[in-house]
Design a binder for this molecule. Structure first.
Ligand code: PMP
Length: 299
């Protein structure tokens, strides 16, 4: 996949420049220790042809909090960053965008907290990250990191080695994606997405504590309230998940994507008849700022 070409423009510390000409220092803490923080955001084209960043404030607020949790300075103004992001989208003529802000640290080989930081924002056209098909998911042999070993609510670069290992393990065994458990053996999340399962007319999702508190997860909970779908946060095991009527992953990149099976075992309901399918349609409407159709409401 080509993320940029000779004409691509990105934002770096207050200025716009060509991606092909932007440089970073090879002696930085971010490259050597994974000491950096990032976001994944999407922008959609609305019916009037304008581009709209979905939940821009929530994403940039999380970027700031992620930095604070791992003591990376955040001297940036989020309103200015959102404005800069719109300029990046426009400068590159994007008609649907995945946006990647990255806060990284200057040259330093010590293990001290960074004294300063830089921010870059780039964007590209990106389709469905996990594809449109239902997912065949494998329970990973890798756990999510212990919250007492890391600031797991910080979307830190280094944390994603865990995601890469889990995802590669699953794909290496012929599955589409991994499912990671927490250190207590409860279901946590995917390498880059949160999950919900449907049982007897309600939706369930793991509570905070061992997961990245996803912005899409929060949006799904909002949609459940709007649509009258009962939703509960609780810890549950893989065995309970395998008894679910249906399951889906949700995330900015993945959006809403249903599961076909877990460890080869299919679920009770077809995706088309599941609550997840209703949420998927409502999510699509929400990002496009269209009203959620009343006929899709649950009685
Ligand atoms: N969990 C992990 C580990 C992730 O990387 C992501 C993607 N940022 C999510 C969950 C979903 O978060 P969001 O809905 O904010 O994209």
């Amino acid at each position: 996949y080509s993320y940029y070409d000779g004409n691509t423009v990105l934002y770096l510390d207050g200025a716009f420049q060509k991606a092909s000409e932007a440089k970073i220092d090879l002696y930085g803490q971010s490259l050597h220790y994974g000491y950096a923080v990032f976001e994944g955001i999407r922008a959609y084209m609305l019916a009037d042809g304008s581009m709209k960043i979905f939940k821009a404030k929530e994403h940039f607020d999380r970027l700031k909090r992620s930095c604070e949790l791992v003591h990376i300075p955040y001297p940036f103004n989020n309103e200015e960053l959102i404005e800069a992001t719109y300029k990046v989208i426009e400068a590159n003529g994007l008609t649907g965008a995945y946006i990647r802000p990255l806060v990284f640290c200057p040259p330093d080989m010590s293990l001290k907290a960074a004294a300063s930081s830089s921010i870059m924002i780039c964007a590209w056209n990106w389709g469905a990250y996990l594809g449109d098909k239902l997912l065949r998911v494998m329970t990973s042999s890798y756990q999510r990191p212990n919250p007492e070993s890391f600031q797991i609510e910080s979307k830190s670069s280094g944390l994603y080695v865990n995601s890469i290992l889990a995802s590669q393990e699953a794909k290496g065994q012929g599955y589409d994606e991994a499912l990671l458990l927490d250190i207590n053996g409860f279901v946590a999340e995917g390498p880059g997405a949160n999950l919900f399962f449907e049982k007897k007319g309600g939706l369930y999702t793991p509570p905070r504590g061992h997961i990245l508190p996803g912005i899409t997860r929060a949006t799904v909970i909002e949609l459940c309230h709007e649509l009258g779908i009962p939703v509960v946060e609780k810890f549950f095991t893989v065995d309970e998940l395998k008894q679910a009527d249906a399951v889906f992953y949700c995330g900015t990149a993945a959006e809403i994507v249903g599961w076909e099976s877990l460890d080869g075992q299919p679920f009770g309901k077809s995706w088309t008849g599941s609550l997840g399918r209703i949420i998927q349609q409502a999510y699509k409407a929400k990002v496009l700022e269209q009203s959620i159709k009343p006929e899709s409401k649950v009685a």
